[in-house]
Design a protein around this ligand. Structure first.
Ligand code: GAL
Length: 443
């Protein structure tokens, strides 16, 4: 694709994101509330399909793998003669998987379907370069336009065509804790938590020899995600959106305060964070080695897998109550799939009520469909469903939805560097430079 076409794409994408962010701040949630009623089963009938289906994702952790398997199981219930090839590449947030995938796409060797976040990751990385087939007809035949909230459809669309099926909606700004550890140290967490509440609890825990906050930076996304949550807490959803849309300068006083707050929180993390993956950091909380972990609600998948539901509590990342950081997992149809019909059936299954009700309780996310049976979900899920309905929805940069891939990479680098040097000026300058580059590309 020539540069001009690519740039034209960036400009129109910007408007899509702008529109959905604005809707997300208020109206979207309400439409969702009314939706939890019985709906028609749009799942396709069993068929005689054969051959293979290669599915590419990064779901390999103890919580992620069984959730993926639940999707495979549902697919094989309907298409029992299709052999599923699980091409998952380990590494939280897809940092390793995306690199492997792009090499395959460039070499015309696509898997039959791959995992991607909706928003800029889907559009910039895969739709604009021409790697995805539109699947608008699947949205129509499966009735997805009626049951998936418009804000998610918008982020899966380019020029009125849909390009991926969202299977689950994660809330990125979770703050998980070990109930017993907090009880033992006389700490109570209410419905919400401020940064001051956290810092006071952290002092107590540290004095008692417990790691207050577990962090994993082997998975580089975690440093970026913790900063983005802290930024959201300080700046609020409106300014958070404006920052990622290039409407507010990264030299804003709230960014500085957020960086200083992040530096304070980093005083309370485990020293071995460079050697841990995200699920290992979450496990530190589940096993009582740490009190808190800031993590999207795929952490709840670990809670389920490790049978730790009773002893695990949650609250929004300090200061972010009232906001829902969107991290939406979806799957695509490639141009040149080796098994296109099997891939199309896979997408039909993913969009179905049955698959979304089987997958999300294990994964920690909530269904993208609004017509699910709320009663089968855990108290955590019900809390997240309500948050999705009522709170300001903001896209995650750490998970590719809010910014260009180039800005996302700069954000990762800046945040990871900050974990070691805590240099506020460098963080801000790096983000300013990346935003300037983005603006230049889009103009
Ligand atoms: C996110 C993804 C989640 C979860 C997490 C950790 O990017 O949306 O489904 O897998 O990474 O790997």
């Amino acid at each position: 694709m020539d540069l001009r076409t690519k740039l034209a794409g960036s400009a129109s994408r910007r408007n899509v994101l702008k529109g959905s962010a604005a809707v997300g701040a208020g109206a979207v949630g309400l439409s969702r509330l009314g939706g939890f009623t019985a709906a028609q089963d749009a799942t396709p009938a069993a068929s005689a399909a054969t051959g293979q289906l290669e599915v590419f994702s990064w779901w390999t952790s103890p919580g992620e793998a069984p959730a993926l398997q639940a999707l495979f199981d549902r697919y094989n219930e309907l298409y029992s003669d299709v052999e599923i090839v699980n091409a998952a590449v380990a590494g939280g947030a897809g940092v390793n998987a995306r690199a492997v995938l792009i090499t395959r796409l460039q070499g015309n060797q696509p898997p039959d379907s791959w995992q991607t976040h909706v928003g800029r990751e889907l559009i910039d990385n895969y739709v604009v370069p021409g790697y995805c087939e539109p699947i608008t007809d699947i949205y129509e035949s499966e009735g997805l336009l009626e049951v998936i909230p418009q804000t998610l459809i918008d982020q899966a669309s380019q020029d009125s065509e849909q390009y991926s099926v969202p299977v689950g909606v994660h809330r990125g700004n979770g703050f998980w804790y070990n109930r017993q550890v907090l009880d033992d140290n006389g700490i109570t967490v209410g419905e919400t938590m401020t940064v001051e509440d956290f810092l006071a609890a952290a002092e107590t825990l540290q004095a008692a020899g417990i790691t207050p906050l577990s962090l994993a930076t082997k998975d580089t996304f975690a440093a970026a995600q913790t900063f983005e949550n802290t930024l959201l807490g300080v700046a609020g959803p409106e300014k958070y959106n404006q920052l990622f849309l290039g409407e507010v300068d990264w030299d804003d006083a709230d960014v500085r305060t957020a960086a200083e707050t992040y530096a304070q929180m980093l005083e309370f993390v485990n020293e071995n964070h460079p050697s841990l993956t995200w699920d290992q950091a979450t496990s530190m909380v589940l096993e009582g080695e740490a009190a808190f972990n800031s993590m999207g609600d795929w952490a709840y998948g670990e809670v389920v897998a490790k049978d730790a539901v009773e002893n695990t509590g949650w609250v929004s990342h300090p200061g972010t109550n009232g906001s829902f950081v969107l991290v939406v997992d979806s799957f695509t149809l490639p141009v040149g799939a080796a098994h296109p019909e099997n891939a199309r059936n896979w997408l039909r299954v993913l969009g179905s009520k049955e698959a979304q009700e089987a997958f999300n309780p294990i994964k920690g996310s909530i269904p993208a469909r609004t017509d699910i049976n709320r009663e089968i979900f855990s108290p955590y899920h019900q809390w997240s469903i309500d948050s999705f309905a009522n709170d300001a929805l903001v896209p995650s940069c750490a998970h590719g939805q809010a910014s260009s891939p180039a800005f996302q990479q700069a954000f990762y680098d800046a945040c990871l560097g900050f974990v070691s040097d805590k240099d506020v000026d460098t963080l801000i300058l790096t983000l300013q430079d990346a935003a300037a580059l983005d603006a230049e590309m889009a103009s």
